[in-house]
Design a protein around this ligand. Structure first.
Ligand code: KG4
Ligand code: ZN
Length: 341
């Protein structure tokens, strides 16, 4: 086949990922995670993540090549996350990818992590209709983007002004005594809880906020409200209804995320919504988005959970898209940019 065979490397946070794709076909998605090493700190520790990437990168690369049944010589191009992310963590992937590109004489593409979260959907559902709206929700970012031409980048419409959605899940889980990362246990507990049991605040949805922050998010007030509610319960000596708190908190997050994502689609006349990032694995978010989108004839695309969380395949998917679009490779001196927009 003449579709490009692309190897992608991801190291922006706590996952070392090496993926291999041919066009829109996923051939390998090898992953090593340092999540367990961060668990006792309740969040990712940059220094620990960087060291773990350094240890994991080469073994993960070999696993990906084995899984795909190809050698480095077969690869047409290498793509790597150049930002945004943790500076030290990014440097490991970028330096590693540059070394490979130099040694194997391959073109290299330094790519944007958020655009890669969007591109990964093409591995599940084929080419992305453009324009599309993308909702990216993870432990590190919560953004609404407009995608007119993925090969040229994505346009931010809004983002969180404080905590990321996944961060809110992690912090609320912690105060409910659940393990890190908190998304999965909250999702699970919420299934046995009543989402209407407690009314938690919906950040940046008041009419005055919608003027300046129409497509922005805020989750730190919600997190504080949950903490206050749980504290009051504990002081009263009554048991904390963990399942109800989880369900009510989760609904508050999903309500705002889907409301603003659908609003972006409607006001911009766009009928494709793609959701990505670790929080896109949330069962309630998917159900609520599908239900609300259906009312307006909007198609929702959510890749399978393993592709939603950070991985190398998403970087390879974007790389393949850039190669197919005829984009020029990056110059070998491109920087790792932790604050890349
Ligand atoms: O994309 P990701 O793997 O890494 C970052 O770039 O942050 O996202 C991880 C985040 C964590 O905050 C985790 O709690 C959240 O995604 N997450 C979930 C679920 N699964 C993972 N949040 C809500 N519901 C889930 N089922
Ligand atoms: Zn991510």
């Amino acid at each position: 086949k003449d579709e490009p065979l692309v190897l992608g490397i991801e190291s922006s946070c706590d996952e070392t990922g090496v993926g291999i794709v041919r066009g829109h076909t996923l051939l390998a998605d090898a992953l090593a995670s340092s999540v367990d090493e961060h668990a006792r700190f309740g969040g990712v520790v940059p220094e620990v993540a960087s060291r773990a990437h350094l240890q994991a990168l080469v073994p993960t690369l070999h696993r990906a090549l084995d899984e795909a049944g190809v050698t480095l010589a077969d690869i047409d191009a290498i793509a790597v996350t150049a930002g945004p992310g943790l500076a030290g963590a990014l440097l490991v992937g970028v330096a590693g990818a540059k070394g490979l590109a130099l040694a194997a004489e391959k073109p290299i593409y330094g790519v944007n992590h958020l655009a890669a979260h969007v591109a990964v959907d093409t591995l599940e559902h084929g080419p992305l209709p453009e324009p599309a709206i993308a909702l990216l929700v993870s432990g590190g970012h919560s953004s609404l983007l407009r995608v007119d031409d993925l090969a040229r980048g994505v346009t931010p419409l809004g983002a969180t002004i404080d905590d990321a959605a996944g961060e809110a899940f992690d912090k609320v889980a912690r105060l409910l005594g659940m393990p890190f990362p908190g998304g999965p246990p909250i999702d699970k507990a919420a299934r046995n809880g009543d989402p209407l049991a407690i009314t938690f605040p919906r950040g940046l949805t008041a009419p005055k906020d919608l003027v300046e922050h129409r497509f922005d998010f805020s989750f730190s007030g919600l997190k504080t409200a949950v903490a206050r509610w749980v504290e009051a319960r504990e002081r009263s000596g009554e048991p904390v209804p963990v399942d109800d708190v989880a369900a009510s908190f989760q609904d508050a997050v999903c309500d705002v995320l889907t409301m603003k994502a659908i609003d972006a689609c409607r006001t911009q006349g766009i009928d494709t919504l793609v959701i990505g990032g670790g929080v896109a694995a949330n069962s309630r978010l998917k159900a609520m988005a599908a239900e609300r989108a259906a009312k307006y004839g909007i198609t929702v695309r959510v890749p399978r959970p393993k592709l939603c969380t950070d991985n190398g395949a998403m970087v390879a998917a974007l790389g393949a898209h850039l190669v197919a679009a005829g984009n020029a490779p990056s110059k070998l001196d491109f920087p790792a940019d932790s604050a890349m927009p």
